[in-house]
Design a protein around this ligand. Structure first.
Ligand code: ZN
Ligand code: ZN
Length: 400
């Protein structure tokens, strides 16, 4: 998706053109005549970068015509664009709000896969969710690791839903009642959990799913034993990391896996023990989703992680704020839907390095220079080249 060519089916676009008839391509922020989620992302960026926005782009991105470009415009564009319809054949992934726990439903066409099911008390909620999504059986179930906040609800789910193909779980287990219940539920369906081979793939509808973890061979740490999945649907990709922590992240990098993904399911609920800079640089997601509970006891997500994500300009959704988060992919573009109309964490625009010129001496300086002119004699330049082009010379002491 990085290269970003977006082709949307004509029937799909038709309502939009009707909707937009007479108006300037409202929402078409990049002015290419097609409304895509790229426009929404552009609107999101513009919402934090108004000063550098030219007038036409401002009109185009202001989807609700209130003369301000905000994340609300982006959501409106997203809804108009990919919203329509979670039509069959498309890919959909739901980060179910199970509080301080994790549960993710993946669907492509008729295929369904459930990755974790939250705590024991979330089992019923997840069953209800599946029911409301029209799920009648599950093709695959993945238990990322044996902690209760992932495996706890699986027994309820598997007692209610037949698993038609396979259950995956890491070899490291836990001697807990809830994990025993999960294994009993597997037994009742005559299924033995498969420990996926590192780097192996399975096909899932039109997707490919690759097992990139657990990459630490003999770990005794349950979090680091997490199964990590990379799901690729045409040009879009998703990395689901369970509770994998830094050691596991480094091991995946050492394996030389292509970890790049458009959407990162943030490891271990946003704990600072996961999502290292090094790992984030490999994934380079455009979006992140954090599964965590409101006012949870662990302080998740940790400030270190939200900062790292902001530094990497990742648009971040979180279940404690947004509720259940649904991501739709048409293979080229992504759309996000959330229970709550809470604005995604939009990273600030990159800091523009400013150069300060002296209108009398025609010299320009770094903002840290000791010889800065008085405020009324200043002119600001966004780049060194602009300063030089306007006839200013670099200061000899700060050497900008
Ligand atoms: Zn967890
Ligand atoms: Zn865990």
């Amino acid at each position: 998706m990085k290269k970003y060519i977006v082709i949307i089916l004509c029937f799909f676009m038709l309502p939009l053109f009707v909707l937009c008839a007479g108006a300037v391509q409202i929402g078409d922020a990049d002015g290419n005549g097609i409304l895509t989620s790229a426009d929404a992302r552009l609107a999101l960026r513009h919402s934090v970068d108004l000063e550098n926005l030219d007038a036409d782009a401002l009109i185009a991105a202001d989807a609700d015509n209130d003369n301000a470009v905000t994340a609300a415009d982006a959501r409106l564009i997203l809804r108009e664009v990919v919203g329509l319809e979670r039509f069959a054949g498309d890919f959909r992934i739901d980060f179910i709000d199970v509080g301080q726990a994790k549960s993710i439903l993946v669907q492509n066409g008729d295929m369904t896969m459930l990755v974790d099911a939250g705590n024991v008390q979330d089992g019923e909620l997840v069953c209800d969710y599946l029911y409301h999504c029209g799920v009648t059986s599950l093709d695959f179930v993945v238990c990322t690791h044996a902690h209760e906040d992932h495996a706890g609800g699986l027994a309820d789910v598997m007692n209610a839903y037949t698993v038609t193909q396979a259950v995956f779980a890491p070899s490291l287990t836990a001697d807990t009642a809830n994990y025993k219940n999960f294994r009993d539920a597997c037994k009742a369906q005559k299924l033995t959990p498969i420990h996926p081979t590192l780097g192996s793939t399975i096909s899932f509808g039109d997707c490919e799913i690759e097992f990139l973890g657990p990459a630490l061979a003999d770990t005794t740490d349950l979090n680091d034993s997490s199964i990590v999945l990379k799901i690729t649907y045409e040009d879009t990709s998703f990395l689901l990391t369970g509770d994998a922590e830094t050691a596991s992240e480094y091991a995946m990098i050492d394996e030389g896996f292509d970890l790049s993904a458009d959407v990162l399911d943030v490891g271990h609920h946003g704990s600072s023990s996961s999502t290292s800079y090094v790992f984030l640089r490999q994934v380079m997601p455009e979006f992140a989703v954090i599964s965590c509970g409101t006012d949870n006891d662990y302080g998740h997500p940790h400030e270190e992680v939200t900062s790292r994500l902001a530094d990497a300009r990742v648009i971040t959704y979180r279940t404690d704020k947004h509720g259940t988060i649904q991501v739709i992919s048409n293979g080229k573009a992504l759309a996000f839907y959330t229970d709550n109309d809470f604005e995604a964490d939009i990273p600030d625009p990159p800091i523009v390095k400013q150069y300060i010129g002296n209108i009398n001496s025609k010299k320009f300086h770094l903002p840290t220079c000791g010889n800065l002119p008085a405020e009324h004699n200043r002119i600001y330049f966004a780049s060194r080249d602009t300063a030089i082009a306007q006839g200013y010379a670099p200061c000899g002491s700060c050497k900008p």
